[in-house]
Design a protein around this ligand. Sequence first.
Ligand SMILES: O=C(O)C1=C[C@@H](OP(=O)(O)O)[C@@H](O)[C@H](O)C1
Ligand SMILES: C=C(OP(=O)(O)O)C(=O)O
Length: 430
Amino acid sequence: MNVTLGPSKLGGTATAPPSKSYTHRAILASGYADSATVRDALWSADTRATARAVELFGGSVTRSDDGTLSVEGFDGTPEVPADVIDCDNSGTTMRLVTAAAALADGTSVLTGDESLRSRPQGPLLEALSDLGADAASTRANGQAPLVVTGPLSGDRVSIPGDVSSQYITALLMAGAVTADGLEIDLETELKSAPYVDVTIELLADFGVDAEATEDGFAVPGGQSYAPEGGEYAVPGDFSSISYPLAAGAIASEDGVRIEGAHPSAQGDTAIVDIVDRMGADVEWNRDDGTIDVSKAPLEGIDVSVEDTPDLLPTIATLGAVADGDTRITNAEHVRFKETDRVSAMAEELEKMGVETTETRDSLTVHGDESTIRGATVDGRADHRIVMSLALAGLAADGETTIQGGEHVDVSFPGFFGMLSSLGATVETAD
Ligand SMILES: O=C(O)C1=C[C@@H](OP(=O)(O)O)[C@@H](O)[C@H](O)C1
Ligand SMILES: C=C(OP(=O)(O)O)C(=O)O
């Protein structure tokens, strides 16, 4: 689907979609439980992949009209799946489900789309093998398809922290239901660290203890997953909030209000401070969960995305509109996502007349709002590239056509509807 946007003047209210990270964890945690209800869940291509995996492990996930999920779990012990687990485009699903599969008494096979089959799984496969499971890549290249035979038996493992924090989340969630629990030692510094905080916060809400240690993380074994009152409610998603927030900073006439922005452990809440530091007029009322943002002249800043990889595409677009250089550092792990997002943003923004400079772990955007022009750009089949290029289209001179608009379904199915309700001119064509 091609989506064409023109220069727009925005105003009004946008509602944050539910968090993808919390929804994945809540669905799988409910799978590990006897049963649980997940309120305000995100229902998107990625979270449906996690729900399918829970069903293949012997659970069931039923969605009601108001978005509530009723999950019958597999109660700590996944069944051997009767089919291949297709994780589609979702890295979170593949990592979290691979560790769950290592608890089953038999063999699971996991695959995904072309993008997911090119992402790194090696460190997790090695960790699970060190713990006594048999976990391998069919192509012996550390990438899916994966074949995992459980059950695992060990209680201590070491793993690098600079490829994906999702390995740690996966091991913590599975470790809680093993007999002896798990000690996880980090071999290198942890990137994307707030995502492990999200995990520990959610585990606590499901009555499961896990903690940071001097060398990494630890989770006692023999625990049962059970949220208080049998229910868990998903908070709003700050990676998704970054788009209406940036749209307001770039293109609002009367200001944009975002609702559903309640504080949680998400590192991507940093976007509020980033937009503020760039010069936009922004106010976050944490008590009522609203953010008000208005356009103001933006200036380039230095920002590390070590903890917040998913913000890189949004920041790159903000940088394109800002005056001067925006230097995005500590970004190497952002190359291991649905696409290499450092290169993708550099190359696609350049098509719009924006100058950029890339190193292995940084992206500098040489911003100048007066030079951004409409162009046909490739969304790279990556939801965050599509959404960030759409934001650039709001500020460009002339029309911008983004190829692959349907990929927003991965994390923010209502994205283009949200932009047009704020007043953007959005046209779609197959
Ligand atoms: O655990 C999670 O929910 C996520 C962790 C991050 O990945 P990495 O830990 O691989 O950087 C992030 O990019 C992804 O969108 C969601
Ligand atoms: C990288 C992302 O997700 P995942 O790793 O789950 O594919 C994302 O949502 O930007």
